[in-house]
Write a protein that binds this ligand. Structure first.
Ligand SMILES: C[S@@+](CC[C@H](N)C(=O)[O-])C[C@H]1O[C@@H](n2cnc3c(N)ncnc32)[C@H](O)[C@@H]1O
Ligand code: SF4
Length: 387
């Protein structure tokens, strides 16, 4: 569904839970291992305070999606999740078809909480399966086996209306044949949505150190491209084509919350290190909160919010984000909307060159999108068009 089709403008609430049981060596998300028990009630009060502060600032909205991300939100007690959802509902109207997603790690301990999450109001889970191969899971530093992950997937299927899981591919030594087999197995267990990420080396992670020392060798560009092509063919063949560079769904089953980011719509960011984009007095503002959980907590308890940066975006920045995020989607962007936001159309000469090279295409309805060949070079295309 296009954004214009909805009755109410989309508005999402992102809630960040920053704790994990252990830190995976590839991950640079804002996640922390707490050596003392986390005072969930205190964090929940602080998250509710941030909701109240943002609501007082932006006024009435109808919440179309809520997303608990992390970190590992499945480490929360269901009652904590419930109290955060209640706080959101106290301040904003909730759409009758609200999508409420929670990211979960697929360990048996967390799976025991699934029913509680459902009763609290979660209607979609996204599980970090990462691989269906025990050796690969070990190399990724995961705390679960493939079998345990698949059991969690089966339980999620029986409890939630919608579920998705994540896999990481382009792992060291992975061949297209092995990946195709793993992916087919995953598709056999999948619902209507899968997130498939190419392993990236993030700065300041243990994987970056190993990679720098030549002890972790990733597939080169050609091999990575073959793995990417395998992903597209196998998923499209199973009825889950890509709708975003790393996300696949049966048409209609896309993650509505993430679509809000990619369509450059409005969302509030709650919790440590959360980002938001708020429309206030005809301005689009970018907000970010303190990343360190206990500093964030202290800030919220003193000020009612953990915001450390809150800036209006210039017309150019708004247009660049619209382009950068929208071209991740296979639906692409409406070129006329870009021109309206930027105050000028896209550069026709650059566009023609990119079209000639087969990286982008224009649909009959005037939408601009990347071709399948253009997706792997998304960053270069955006840099070219936004320049
Ligand atoms: C916020 S994280 C994880 C949620 C949850 N804590 C978990 O690990 O299952 C969301 C997803 O990003 C992906 N991811 C994280 N770091 C990555 C990296 N360096 N390369 C590729 N994918 C990555 C993983 O698939 C992960 O499930
Ligand atoms: S991948 Fe998930 S479990 Fe691992 S450190 Fe990152 S957020 Fe935590």
């Amino acid at each position: 569904m296009q954004s214009g089709d909805r009755q109410e403008p989309a508005f999402g609430v992102y809630v960040h839970w920053p704790f994990c049981l252990s830190k995976c060596p590839y991950c640079d998300f804002n996640s922390h291992v707490s050596h003392v028990p986390v005072d969930e009630a205190r964090f929940a009060r602080a998250l509710a305070a941030e909701v109240a502060t943002i609501a007082a600032r932006i006024g009435g909205r109808t919440v179309s999606t809520i997303f608990f991300g992390g970190g590992t939100p499945s480490l929360m007690q269901p009652a904590t999740v419930g109290s955060i959802l209640e706080a959101i509902a106290r301040h904003w109207a909730i759409a009758p078809d609200v999508e409420v997603t929670l990211e979960a790690n697929p360990t048996s301990v967390e799976a025991t909480r699934f029913r509680g999450f459902r009763s609290a109001g979660v209607n979609r889970v996204s599980l970090g399966v990462q691989a269906l191969d025990d050796a690969a899971l070990k190399a990724l530093g995961r705390l679960h086996s493939a079998q345990e992950a698949l059991q969690a997937v089966a339980l999620a299927r029986s409890i939630f209306e919608r579920f998705s899981f994540d896999l990481i591919y382009a792992r060291p030594g992975q061949t297209p044949q092995a990946w195709a087999a793993e992916l087919k197995c995953a598709l056999g267990q999948a619902g209507e949505h899968l997130s498939l990420y190419q392993l990236t080396i993030e700065q300041n992670t243990p994987f970056a150190v190993l990679h720098g020392a030549g002890k972790l060798v990733l597939p080169d560009d050609k091999k990575a491209r073959a793995l990417y092509d395998t992903t597209q063919t196998v998923c499209a063949g199973a009825g889950l084509p890509a709708y975003e560079i790393s996300n696949h769904a049966r048409p209609g089953a896309e993650c509505r919350h993430n679509l809000i980011y990619w369509r450059a719509q409005e969302y509030a960011g709650i919790g440590p290190g959360a980002h938001g984009r708020l429309e206030i007095a005809a301005e689009r503002r970018a907000t970010a909160t303190e990343r360190e959980p206990r500093s964030w907590l202290a800030r919220v308890e003193a000020l009612g919010h953990g915001v450390v940066s809150d800036e209006p975006l210039t017309r150019e920045q708004v247009a660049d984000e619209f382009l950068l995020m929208g071209l991740r989607l296979t639906e692409g962007i409406d070129a006329a909307s870009y021109a309206r936001l930027a105050g000028r159309p896209l550069d026709a000469r650059r566009l023609a060159l990119l079209q000639e090279r087969g990286a982008v295409e224009t649909t009959p309805s005037g939408r601009l999108r990347l071709t399948l060949a253009g997706f792997p070079v998304l960053d270069a295309v955006v840099a070219d068009l936004a320049a």
